[in-house]
Design a protein around this ligand. Structure first.
Ligand SMILES: Cc1cc2nc3c(=O)[nH]c(=O)nc-3n(C[C@H](O)[C@H](O)[C@H](O)COP(=O)(O)OP(=O)(O)OC[C@H]3O[C@@H](n4cnc5c(N)ncnc54)[C@H](O)[C@@H]3O)c2cc1C
Length: 607
């Protein structure tokens, strides 16, 4: 049964459309357009002079472009799609309205939010910033992903007490705030004794969302938001960039031209765009667009495509509550693939249901790599491991965010950097006592079994019931497994839950692919977007303009912890430092920082 509609500022219960299965690039969105304030008003201006049509037109218009010939009535023309550097006249000829604003951030997720937070703290007025993206609140997509992967608001996240996306200073930390709110010393005792005598303290998901909401309101973030999908960012002749937004018609979830106007919209959206595209002309652009989409393991994807059956094989980032409900109606076997925190959470959910509802669920956990002991190149770079899992508090060693690894990685280039990533990377999960106890019990009672190997194929089970996986046994695994003479064995399950992750290939994202093909961006030593130490997207300079990027798309750069709250904040700080050097914002001096922190403490807006 569908739940009630979300209230103001609440995420929609529906999954964001940007995470469809099978490598489909993002699309989405709810609408909002707030007119900019007075200081340097973004305005719709007629471009200056008609430009020359580019040479070498292909016979057919490229995808996403309007038909050839004449003004396109506000849509992309073949000329624009094919041209790397645009003149103002080309945009005018296309009939695309132009909005001038110095700084544009693309994504509207947590990466955009923390960057805007820094800019506001560094004195940038609201009318100098535009946020383009599909999220009505910055944690919308994140909350969807955590919720479906079994971290609802009441459960704890992975990052630590001081990873506070609502508070650039990290103090008071989540533990201090929780202790204060609950009038309890327990969270403080936890952070004082971790990680030796207790597991790392981590905040509840709901705590993070509520505190981001308060900061959103404090800095006026939502006033900068223009909802829609960015199609491309191109260099502008004369400097800066054009960022092309496909806005959403208010209240409809679809692009203008296909929508009935004035059906209402997201809060505070008094204005609608009437053209299919809007061009934001800016000196700086920041790109934080998260992951390109959901990725299924190849054999699981092949099964879904061949048998057109998505009910038995799901990705943990897809809504899959139906699996848990079906297990309540009829006992069944679930195969888990993956050994990261999402696998841990899904296992916990299955076992919690088993315990609370007296279910008979059987679990078979297929590991690709089975870790049974501490591992690492030397005694000072070791990670614990046992029972198949690699254990680590956070996704990288803690010193990447502010210790010796951060310092070391800043100096590494090319192969050396790629090798360092390989050494400290790898799937891991935190040690948590409740998970350990549950799995120990499962092994003892025989309802949690493990297998190790490479799944080669997946077919429907006998009589169409469940699925059968053919697995090539891993001869190096430290557990004994029976296999057929050809080195394979079969595993039966009613459902498979793929907990291996999200799509990381930057080429799968249309906007990133366009930046690589047309705006000069390059690939770093681990295959993602190449950024400098200050998070400038290298190769994309345009006159006095710069593009910055942060988040998962930039993994492999000089700073490894990019795809985390703290990493997004560190990137935000580097970016505003660079912008301060260029005169866009004030420098975050100790005096300014202290004064602004005191305002944060009192809930007063920035000044
Ligand atoms: C399940 C899960 C749990 C995590 N837990 C933690 C944790 O506990 N602690 C921690 O520090 N980190 C955690 N992370 C990592 C990270 O902090 C989050 O993923 C965070 O949301 C990343 O922020 P982002 O802005 O880069 O991406 P997002 O918050 O995903 O925002 C990116 C936005 O860009 C939009 N977008 C994409 N394409 C376009 C386009 N063409 N035009 C406009 N917009 C576009 C997307 O729709 C999306 O809304 C977790 C990640 C996941 C997936």
């Amino acid at each position: 049964m569908p739940g009630p509609p979300p209230g103001p500022g609440q995420p929609n219960p529906a999954p964001p459309q940007h995470l469809p299965p099978h490598h489909v690039p993002p699309q989405h969105i709810p609408p909002q357009h707030v007119p900019p304030g007075p200081a340097q008003p973004p305005r719709q201006v007629p471009p200056q002079r008609p430009g020359q049509p580019p040479a070498g037109r292909p016979a057919q218009p490229p995808p996403g472009a309007a038909p050839r010939g004449g003004r396109s009535g506000g849509d992309l023309t073949p000329e624009l799609v094919e041209t790397d550097v645009w003149t103002d006249a080309m945009v005018e000829q296309a009939g695309i309205p132009v909005v001038d604003v110095p700084f544009v951030t693309v994504g509207s997720g947590i990466g955009s939010f923390v960057t805007v937070d820094y800019l506001r703290v560094c004195g940038v007025p609201l009318d100098q910033i535009v946020v383009l993206g599909p999220q009505d609140v910055p944690w919308h997509s994140y909350e969807y992903l955590t919720r479906v992967s079994q971290i609802p608001r009441t459960e704890r996240l992975r990052s630590d007490s001081a990873s506070t996306p609502d508070n650039i200073w990290g103090f008071p930390s989540y533990a201090v705030r929780e202790a204060w709110a609950d009038k309890s010393l327990k969270p403080l005792w936890n952070v004082g004794t971790e990680p030796i005598f207790s597991n790392y303290y981590t905040p509840r998901a709901g705590h993070a969302f509520e505190s981001m909401e308060a900061e959103c309101n404090r800095i006026g973030y939502l006033q900068c938001l223009r909802l829609g999908q960015v199609r491309m960012i191109r260099r502008r002749a004369g400097g800066g960039y054009y960022t092309i937004l496909t806005p959403q018609a208010a209240g409809t979830g679809v692009a203008p031209g296909t929508a009935t106007p004035n059906q209402g919209g997201a809060q505070g959206n008094p204005q609608q765009y009437t053209t299919k595209r809007v061009a934001f002309r800016s000196q700086w652009v920041h790109v934080a667009i998260g992951y390109p989409g959901i990725k299924l393991l190849p054999d699981l994807q092949a099964f879904r495509e061949k048998y057109r059956d998505a009910s038995k094989v799901v990705n943990a980032y897809e809504p899959h509550e139906t699996v848990y409900q079906a297990l309540q109606r009829r006992p069944g076997t679930v195969m888990i693939r993956g050994a990261g925190i999402v696998a841990s959470r899904v296992l916990q959910r299955l076992i919690d249901d088993r315990d609370a509802l007296g279910l008979q669920t059987q679990i078979v956990h297929l590991f690709r790599t089975y870790v049974d002991k501490s591992h690492g190149p030397h005694i000072f770079a070791r990670r614990k491991g046992k029972d198949g899992w690699a254990y680590q508090g956070f996704n990288y060693p803690k010193s990447v965010w502010g210790g010796q690894l951060k310092e070391k990685m800043r100096k590494l280039e090319g192969h050396e950097r790629a090798a360092a990533y390989k050494q400290m990377g790898g799937t891991n999960t935190p040690v948590r006592k409740d998970w350990q106890e549950q799995l120990k019990r499962g092994r003892r009672e025989g309802w949690y079994r493990v297998a190790v190997g490479k799944a080669e194929s997946l077919v429907p089970g006998p009589g169409g019931q469940g699925v059968v996986a053919t697995v090539r046994v891993d001869p190096h695994a430290s557990i004994t497994q029976d296999a057929r003479p050809d080195g394979t064995f079969e595993l039966y399950a009613d459902y498979v839950i793929d907990c291996t992750g999200l799509e990381a290939d930057v080429r799968e994202h249309r906007l990133l692919a366009d930046l690589l093909d047309h705006t000069g961006a390059g690939i770093n030593p681990v295959g993602r977007m190449d950024v400098g130490r200050d998070f400038e997207l290298l190769g994309c300079r345009s006159g006095n303009g710069k593009i910055y990027a942060s988040g998962s798309a930039t993994l492999g750069g000089y700073f490894p912890g990019v795809d985390t709250f703290l990493g997004l904040q560190i990137a935000g700080l580097e970016i505003v430092d660079d912008l301060a050097r260029q005169g866009f914002c004030k420098k975050l001096t100790p005096w300014r920082s202290t004064r602004q922190w005191w305002r944060w403490v009192r809930g007063k807006g920035v000044d």
